[in-house]
Ligand binder design. Structure first.
Ligand code: ADP
Length: 503
């Protein structure tokens, strides 16, 4: 009870919602307003953008790095060889063409070779000496010298201005000098700039492509969902002809369409049954009302002054009013039971005595219409549950057996222990039985056979639904065994309370 009150307060919104809840609510609202189309497109585009950026930049930086590493390694390898060649050449120099030799070495090794003096001025090749050469090597030479001194080396590889340099101390015609070999990185720098431009172009192209592809993909993905939503809207407007199957693909969407179709069939069944109920109930209401009106008129016009006739007519009015009451009660009962408004009262009682008591209510059928009730009831069987509701079950089952039994007008009512702790209550008739295809339907709300009228016990098509709801709420096993042409047995298995007290 307490829990219910708390739940209601929150649901009513009377209390302030906690901040976090409000935030989640806001987020969900935002999520709802953004379409799957946009999500797919955004994720797709962002992903392709990231991939292109990642590839472009890694390619650019790794290429430059790899080239620089390769250049350094190459200089380390070829530097000493060139150094040896030059030493040999210079030592045996007898007016040979040293400049030409250096140019050849440069060409063969794809580098630039120079011989410098202590200050970094070019001695060879001659054209540089003449002042026609390029660059001032003194700054890089100073840097290399420092490194050689620091590490106590005779040669070193270092990075200069836009180039990699191999510098080695070398004796040139008896005097100190330096071999200066350069390998330019200008080419790779410009290549890498080109690569950057290329990356940008690829980026734009990929973005446009992913925009187009993701738009098409999102449209393809959301199309069946949009269609299903549209069909669901039509269903909500009461169109039960919609078929959810059709344009969907993929296991999940096919399952969704099938579930929606199933829901549609159930809804249309309930709708049909509700319409039938209204037709049936209005018919059942109309008959007693017509009778009441007719007999009341008769009392006014004819029998008012004749006590014997008047009493007979008044009794008909009372009986018809009773029928109306039971009809209204049935409808109310079922709606209460289904809306869970009717709580069960648990008590332990003597079911054997109670069944006899209920059978007595059918005594008038025995006397007036010749019905036979064969009771085989074991004494003193106690069960626990809602006595009034279970009485309704017993009454409805016996009432149905009376309505549907055969020419012999016999109804068998049995109550027996079947195993320790269990008893079986059953009602058997000798009527037409229930065809296999109808047996599941009879427990449904508003289900009614076509021959439901003109019966000794008035029914509404709600009797078995009330029985089912009550028994389900008690958690007991129940069912029907029926053979067409022979009759039906409705049964319920109750737990026995041995000492007659609540367990
Ligand atoms: P009602 O009896 O008022 O039509 P019920 O819910 O009690 O409604 O029963 C639903 C249907 O089940 C009946 O219309 C009838 O077709 C079938 N039915 C119920 N009891 C029996 C029975 N004992 N024998 C044959 N059919 C039955």
């Amino acid at each position: 009870m307490g829990a219910k009150t708390a739940e209601n307060e929150t649901a009513n919104g009377g209390e302030k919602q906690p901040k976090r809840k409000r935030r989640i609510h806001k987020y969900r609202r935002k999520q709802r307003s953004t379409s799957i189309y946009f999500f797919v497109w955004a994720i797709f585009s962002a992903l392709s953008l990231l991939i292109v950026l990642f590839c472009g930049f890694t390619q650019r930086f790794t290429t430059v790095r790899v080239y620089k590493d390769a250049a350094t390694t190459e200089l380390r390898e070829i530097g000493p060889q060139i150094e040896d060649n030059i030493s040999t050449y210079v030592n045996g120099w007898t007016g040979k063409d040293l400049s030409g030799f250096l140019r050849r070495l440069s060409h063969d090794n794809d580098v630039e070779c120079y011989l410098l003096d202590q200050n970094g001025s070019v001695l060879f090749p001659q054209e540089h000496f003449d002042g026609t050469g390029e660059g001032d090597f003194s700054a890089t030479l100073e840097k290399a010298k420092k490194q050689m001194q620091k590490k106590d080396l005779s040669h070193v590889v270092c990075e200069g201005d836009g180039e990699f340099v191999y510098v080695a101390e070398i004796e040139i015609f008896g005097g100190p000098g330096f071999l200066y070999i350069t390998k330019s990185v200008a080419l790779i720098e410009s290549a890498s700039t080109q690569l950057g431009v290329h990356t940008m172009l690829t980026l734009v192209f990929t973005f446009l492509l992913s925009f187009a592809v993701s738009s098409a993909f999102s449209a393809w993905l959301t199309k069946p969902l949009t269609e299903l939503t549209e069909k669901a809207r039509m269903l909500a407007e009461g169109n039960f002809d919609v078929d959810f199957r059709g344009s969907e693909y993929g296991k999940e969407l096919v399952e969704l369409a099938e579930s929606l179709n199933f829901a549609k069939e159930e809804l249309s069944k309930t709708d049909r049954m509700q319409k039938e109920l209204i037709a049936n109930v209005s018919h059942d209401f109309k008959t007693p009302l017509t009778m009441i009106k007719a007999y009341a008129s008769m009392i006014i016009e004819i029998s008012g002054d004749y006590p014997e006739k008047r009493n007979k007519h008044a009794q008909v009015i009372v009986d018809e009013a009773d029928r109306l009451t039971s009809l209204v009660n049935d409808v109310l009962d079922l709606s209460k039971l289904n809306a869970d408004m009717a709580g069960l009262k648990a008590e332990c009682f003597d079911l054997s005595a109670y069944v006899y008591e209920i059978l007595d209510r059918f005594a008038y059928l025995k006397d007036v219409q010749g019905y036979r009730f064969q009771a085989d009831i074991e004494e003193k069987i106690y069960i626990c549950g809602d006595r009034l509701r279970l009485g309704q079950v017993v009454y409805n089952l016996i009432g149905n057996a009376v309505n549907y039994t055969g020419e012999d007008k016999t109804v068998f009512v049995r109550l027996q222990r079947v195993s320790s702790g269990l008893c079986r209550f059953s009602v058997t008739d000798t009527g037409k039985g229930i065809p296999e295809e109808e047996i599941n339907g009879i427990w449904e709300r508003y289900y009614r056979s076509k021959e439901a009228h003109k019966r000794p016990v008035q029914g509404t098509g709600l009797g078995l639904s009330i029985v089912k709801t009550i028994l389900q709420k008690h958690g007991v096993e129940f069912g029907v065994e029926s053979e067409v042409g022979k009759g039906s047995t409705f049964y319920v298995l109750f737990s026995v309370s041995e000492d007659g007290t609540t367990e």
